[in-house]
Design a protein around this ligand. Structure first.
Ligand code: FES
Ligand SMILES: [Fe+2]
Length: 366
């Protein structure tokens, strides 16, 4: 498995002189396996929110860059994330989220596992020699629950230490936004004809907002839009003036966490995006909306307005991302200059990617 780009295309670049990531990294089918092994398996990925896993047996499924997983709260109260792949012949244990399961039963032939992933019964297997259900468990991932969100890593030894991954975010969010008390309201998924990195790139800059999102542009103060980068994440910040019918006024905080998680934090609302690769020129974006508890009619109306408005912005982003994927694949383009003022977070993402791809192409000799 190799990265197809030349080493010169993967060299680190100072912001003021930076080019975007080489087009081949978005279009070469060989990159799918590279991204899975070197990025997704070695990163912290968002699986669920604790409000989906309040009681034993509550579970939520997710796709971690091609690995199906299931998050389950066990009888002992511990949240585990396990492969959602039966050890018999790879059937799924769960196909949707659910509440209060007593066990995990494979849909294919009915093998049944305990909530902590131990095989308990295997139907009609008495004739199988040297077969002991006690030997069979679902593989588990490393798990961290932070700000009410459940993150998991396939290869925790190669992932950043979790504390470094989120360092500084708690202080910025502040204690008055208790994201772990929010409730799950709604999920929307979008299938998009672009590489997952195109979608992330687009998220990481407000440069396109005046051109692609005229309505959103009216709510945000583009001139005071600030983008900062940290080691493993970047965030965009803008004062927000939207009137009481939508978000009210306050801070809008938009975090991107390596490699594919976004946290959009507005007054009383958390919305997460997960960008799931589905091939070199396909991805699925899942939006989950969570809100501070509020049963009033006004609260309900605000949530409906939020969903409708988010859909408009997302349609605009999908259109431009699919156009960009066509441009990247056209043969007309390799890499253009980045805007140091407006695209510093894109540069930060591309530097992280180039570092990974250098390691993948030319692994350090040990
Ligand atoms: S694949 Fe799970 S029981 Fe057969
Ligand atoms: Fe956008």
């Amino acid at each position: 498995m190799t990265v197809p780009a030349r080493s010169a295309d993967l060299a680190a670049q100072p912001l003021a002189h930076a080019l975007a990531l080489h087009a081949q990294c978005y279009t070469d089918p060989a990159m799918v396996a590279v991204d899975r092994r070197w990025i997704f398996d070695r990163g912290w990925q968002l699986v669920a929110h604790v409000c989906q896993l309040r009681a034993p047996g509550d579970h939520a499924i997710a796709d971690l860059g091609g690995l199906p997983v299931i998050a389950v709260r066990g009888a002992d109260g511990v949240v585990r994330v396990m492969h959602n792949v039966c050890r018999h012949r790879a059937g799924p244990l769960a196909q949707c989220d659910g509440l209060g399961a007593k066990s995990l039963r494979c849909r294919y032939h009915g093998w049944t596992y305990t909530l902590d992933g131990q095989l308990r019964t295997a139907t009609e297997m008495a004739g199988a020699a040297d077969f002991d259900v006690g030997d069979i468990r679902l593989p588990q991932l490393a798990v961290r629950v932070w700000q009410g969100m459940v993150f998991a890593a396939v290869d925790a030894a190669m992932a950043p230490p979790f504390e470094a991954f989120v360092a500084g975010i708690d202080a910025r969010i502040g204690e008055d936004r208790a994201l772990d008390t929010y409730g799950h309201h709604h999920r929307v998924g979008y299938d998009i004809a672009c590489n997952w990195k195109v979608y992330v790139d687009n998220y990481l800059e407000g440069y396109h907002v005046p051109h692609v999102h005229p309505e959103l542009n009216r709510l945000l103060d583009y001139r005071s839009y600030v983008t900062e980068t940290a080691e493993w994440y970047s965030f965009q910040f803008s004062p927000l003036e939207s009137g009481e019918g939508l978000y009210g006024s306050g801070d809008a905080l938009y975090y991107w966490l390596w490699p594919n998680t976004m946290l959009n934090i507005l007054p009383g609302r958390l919305q997460t995006n997960r960008i799931i690769p589905k091939g070199v020129d396909r991805c699925r974006v899942e939006f989950d909306f969570y809100y501070a508890p509020d049963d009033s009619d006004a609260g309900r109306a605000r949530r409906d307005a939020d969903l409708a408005f988010s859909d408009v912005v997302q349609d605009e982003d999908i259109g431009i991302c699919e156009d960009v994927q066509r441009g990247l694949a056209s043969g007309s383009y390799t890499a253009g200059r980045l805007n140091p003022l407006r695209e510093n977070a894109v540069h930060h993402f591309h530097e992280l990617l180039r570092r990974v791809y250098r390691d993948a192409a030319f692994p350090p000799v040990s």
